[in-house]
Design a protein around this ligand. Sequence first.
Ligand code: HEC
Length: 136
Amino acid sequence: MKKIIFLSILLSFITAKAEDAIKSESGTGASVRSNLSAELQNGKKKAKAICSACHGIDGQAASGGNSVIIPNITAQHKDYLIARLKAYKAGKIQHDQMTIIAGMLSEQDIENVAEWYSRIKIRIFDPNLVLSKPSQ
Ligand code: HEC
């Protein structure tokens, strides 16, 4: 009996991992699955409501036509995102937009959005390999 319980837990764990992988392949447009952590779900909601206007919901900045330079934050280390957001919030880094925005976030919001953006996975391409292809 114990073995069956163990196996079914293991199986559900593997299935959840596989679903994660499928999700990251299909982009971030799809809604967050309900079996993902509350932190991730709340992070996506906040990111959509506040951050996406500048950083995109996937963390790839859409700065076309914008006068300020907006950094991509996709796949950045969670600890780094938290540190930066706290530094803006505390006024240690001053920036016209981010100081105000970080001031609107609670400590929990900061954890949540950092979880969301740090969890988005990207593929790295060596510039030599990309540039060696004939241009079109
Ligand atoms: C109005 C546009 C705008 C919005 C909305 C916005 N940001 Fe930013 N963000 C910026 C700009 C511009 C910078 C660059 C600031 C600088 O040079 O210090 C920045 C910088 C950052 C950085 C630092 C990146 C680094 O590499 O140091 C983080 C982290 C960040 N934003 C997260 C967020 C999060 C999370 C949200 C939503 C809660 C958000 N931002 C909403 C414009 C925006």
